[in-house]
Each structure stands twice: as C-alpha cells, then as structure tokens.
Design a protein around this ligand. Structure first.
Ligand SMILES: Cc1ncc(COP(=O)(O)O)c(C=O)c1O
Length: 266
C-alpha cells in the first residue's frame, strides 16, 4: 500500500517560542514580523551566545597573548569552521568575514577583479541584481576598461538562460548573479549558471544574501572556481554580517583576502 507523503506543516507556535521578540503584543495583536528579508529576528540561541561572549571572554581577536584573547580567537575561528561546513566549503581558509554583502562584493571586485580583468574583458550580471551586486562591477569596469553585460528576464521574472548563448563568451571573466532575488523571490539555477560560466573559463560570484539560510549547501555544489558570497541575514548576530566564501575553489582562483577597500560602493 502506498502512503502519500503528508506535507510538513510549519509549527508556528514552536517557532515563536524560539524568538523572544515575538512574545509580545503590538496594537493589541500578537506580533507578526514580516520584514525578515531586510532584517530578521534573532532566536534565543543567538542572543545567549552573544551575551555569553560579552560576559565571559570579550577581548581582542588575533591580537592578544592572554587567556581571554585566546578564548575569543578560538571562538572566532570556530565560527569560521562552522560557516565553512554550513556552505559546504572545502576548508575554513576559504571563508573571509566581511561587514556585509556589499563589502564582500567590493572585496571580490577589488581583489579578484583588479588582478584579473583587462581592457575588453566582459562582466556578466543580470537585471534582477541588488545594487550591491551592480555598482562595484560598474566601478570595476570603469577602472579596468571592461564591458558590462546584463542577462534579461522573461515575463515570469526568471533569467532568460537562452541569452547565455550570445552573452556568455570567452571574453566573459566573471558571472555575478544573485542566488535568490530580493525583489522577485526567484531562485536562480545556480548549478546551470556555474556549469555555463566555467565552460568558458569564467568564475561565478553568487550573491547569497537572501538564499543562504535556505540553501547554503548549493553554493559549493555549484562546483569548482565558484566565488561564493554568503550572508546570513537570518539569525546572524549582527544584521550586517557577511562573508566571502570561495567554495570549491583553489585559493589561487579567488584570492580575495588581504585587500583594503578604499572606495566601497553598492
Ligand atoms: C540580494 C541582496 N544582495 C545584497 C544585499 C545587500 O546586503 P548588505 O546590506 O549586507 O550589504 C541585499 C540586502 O538586502 C540583498 O537582498
């Protein structure tokens, strides 16, 4: 006998218990917070971890040779390991913490872009990008004399992958697209994009600002030479916290650390 699988119901009451901020009434109604795409609320575990850090071992990370500093450094590096596991990166060294997604894209544009882009090279974006994943590439194109191309959408808000046949060529050095659109909610076919980009020798930068809490593992699954960009808006201790992960990349393919960002834009 075949048992049809029941769709899993979301237990909103149990979920509410984990987020203390929801435990209040506003204008006489239980709080329903609908702006998570911009700033999501923190669960008790995150609040506890932050408070524990502040109360027990807040100190300079990587700068002190005393016990508290070593404890803080250990916790910091453990977080890097956890993020690496979360996005399926090959090792923690591939994770570079940044202030936010905008800084992460700027870091790649400055560090990778200035080193690898030359006059006449192409950068492929899509027209559904957040301005944080447009302006750094416009500035890079100006600095390096590169050309920007934009993938269009169909009338359902999906990427027109058929246009890749003409837009993606051996002159394309980087494809920078969002994993999930903050405006349309569209989830882009990451693996297909990675396959197509890598086939012409381009790298793929994925803006994971909206998608990483839902589908983090896909970043690394997209394969080698992926410059993955992660930002856990969901439950992250600070709203503005980002990371660049060169998931599945040989580090020489995506050397993004150790750069100053003098003119950030986005
Ligand atoms: C898809 C996407 N990319 C980039 C950003 C910019 O993020 P940040 O404020 O972390 O720089 C956002 C912010 O909401 C976003 O939704």
């Amino acid at each position: 006998m075949i048992h049809p699988t029941q769709p899993k119901m979301l237990d909103s009451a149990a979920l509410r218990q984990v987020f203390p901020i929801l435990n209040q009434q506003i204008n006489g109604h239980p709080l329903a917070f609908l702006d998570s795409a911009a700033s999501s609320q923190r669960p008790q575990q995150v609040i506890d971890a932050l408070s524990d850090y502040a109360q027990r071992y807040h100190a300079n990370v990587h700068r002190g040779v005393y016990q508290l500093s070593e404890a803080a450094t250990y916790a910091y590096e453990q977080a890097r390991e956890k993020v690496a596991r979360f996005i399926n990166a090959t090792c923690a060294e591939e994770i570079v913490f940044t202030r936010n997604t905008t800084e992460a894209v700027n870091l790649v544009a400055y560090a990778w872009g200035d080193a690898h882009l030359h006059t006449g090279d192409h950068i492929l974006l899509s027209i559904m990008e957040h301005h944080s994943n447009i302006v750094p590439w416009q500035m890079l194109a100006q600095r390096r004399g590169a050309v920007l191309d934009y993938m269009p959408l169909d009338n359902k808000g999906r990427l027109r992958l058929d246009t890749l046949d003409t837009l993606l060529t051996e002159r394309t050095k980087i494809v920078a697209v969002t994993h999930q659109s903050n405006v349309l909610g569209t989830v882009n076919p990451v693996q297909e994009l990675a396959r197509r980009a890598h086939a012409v020798g381009a790298v793929l930068l994925l803006d994971g600002a909206q998608s990483v809490p839902h589908s983090a593992d896909q970043c690394a699954d997209a394969g080698g030479r992926l410059c993955g960009l992660q930002w856990a808006q969901n439950v992250w201790p600070h709203r503005n916290r980002g990371a660049v992960g060169a998931a599945g990349a040989a580090s020489s393919d995506a050397p993004v650390s150790g750069r100053r960002l003098d003119d950030q834009c986005g």
